[in-house]
Design a protein around this ligand. Structure first.
Ligand SMILES: O=P(O)(O)O[C@H]1[C@H](O)[C@@H](O)[C@H](O)[C@@H](O)[C@@H]1O
Ligand SMILES: [Mg+2]
Ligand SMILES: [Mg+2]
Length: 281
């Protein structure tokens, strides 16, 4: 598999770029907005079209590989991570941004073998930034090596997080309580890019010290998790333990010192796991 991983990486980059062109073109036109799990969980025809394009292109080259794609899962496909080579796809990460022309939108493609992400590609379409990583070979943006921030003092840091698309009042309270706790540490700032994948690339680039979220999905973070770890960062569960990509909980940080400070401020809860969820509900 070692050399073929480079073939996978090159193909993922080419497909992500092609997908990004479709997203850019769609941004210039009208977007028909539909909803999924709630009134604020948005999807457009472009999400569906881009996911089909990615899966069809990959199937032509790698007919035996498996897929976990956000919109395929929404349409009823299983969200099951096995040991088989699997492409984990978010065709548009930041659909709400896309709908509103808020300028952070990414195509996220992770590739796993034996349940371990081996290749990560995040294409930030509007910035034209191609983030890439291969396990053990470093992380890059447009070919330039990435390195997380060296900051160890949380009070000198910026922390990224997201509001998510769950509007259950109890969940919203927990999310805001965590944000308030982090802000009051104090930190220099709290930011939301509106896309988990770009938040993770911001950690990898050293622009923010950490990103955490409870409620996102495996396709939001699969590629970004490798990009962060290959840039020298840590990817953990929000309780500081080992990350589980299916658990819908993640903390990506530049180092353990910052991670430990953030863990203490997060109000923990467990959304239904991706591999236990009926995504059609
Ligand atoms: O835009 P999508 O692909 O739906 O992903 C978003 C996710 O659903 C939200 O939970 C997160 O808060 C956003 O950061 C995601 O990127
Ligand atoms: Mg997403
Ligand atoms: Mg998406």
């Amino acid at each position: 598999m070692a050399d073929s991983l480079q073939t996978v990486m090159d193909y993922a980059v080419a497909v992500a770029r092609k997908a990004g062109e479709v997203v850019q073109t769609a941004l210039a036109g009208d977007r028909k907005v539909m909803t999924k799990s709630s009134a604020v969980d948005l999807v457009t025809q472009t999400d569906q079209k881009v996911e089909k394009l990615i899966i069809q292109s990959v199937k032509e080259k790698f007919p035996t590989h498996r897929f976990i794609g956000e919109e395929s899962v929404a349409a009823g496909e299983a969200c099951e991570l096995t040991n088989e080579p699997t492409w984990i796809i978010d065709p548009i990460d930041g659909t709400t941004n896309f709908v509103h022309s808020f300028p952070f939108v990414a195509v996220s493609i992770g590739f796993s073998v034996n349940k371990q992400v081996e290749v990560g590609v995040v294409y930030s379409c509007l910035e034209d930034k191609m983030f890439t990583a291969r396990r053990g070979r470093g992380a890059f943006c447009n070919g330039e090596p990435l390195q997380v921030s060296e900051q160890t003092d949380v009070h000198q840091s910026i922390i990224a997080t997201e509001f998510g698309s769950n509007r259950d009042p109890e969940v919203v309270d927990k999310i805001f309580c965590s944000m308030k706790n982090v802000l009051k540490l104090p930190v220099h700032g709290v930011r939301s890019a509106g896309t988990a994948a770009i938040n993770m690339c911001l950690v990898a680039s050293g622009c923010v010290e950490a990103y955490y979220e409870i409620g996102m999905h495996v396709w939001d973070i699969a590629a970004g998790s490798l990009i962060v770890s290959e840039a020298g960062g840590l990817v953990l569960d929000v309780d500081g333990g080992q990350v589980d990509l299916m658990s819908r909980r993640v903390l990506a940080a530049n180092n353990r010192s910052i991670a430990e400070k953030i863990v203490k401020e997060i109000v923990l809860f467990r959304p239904p796991r991706d591999d236990a969820l009926d995504h059609k509900q």
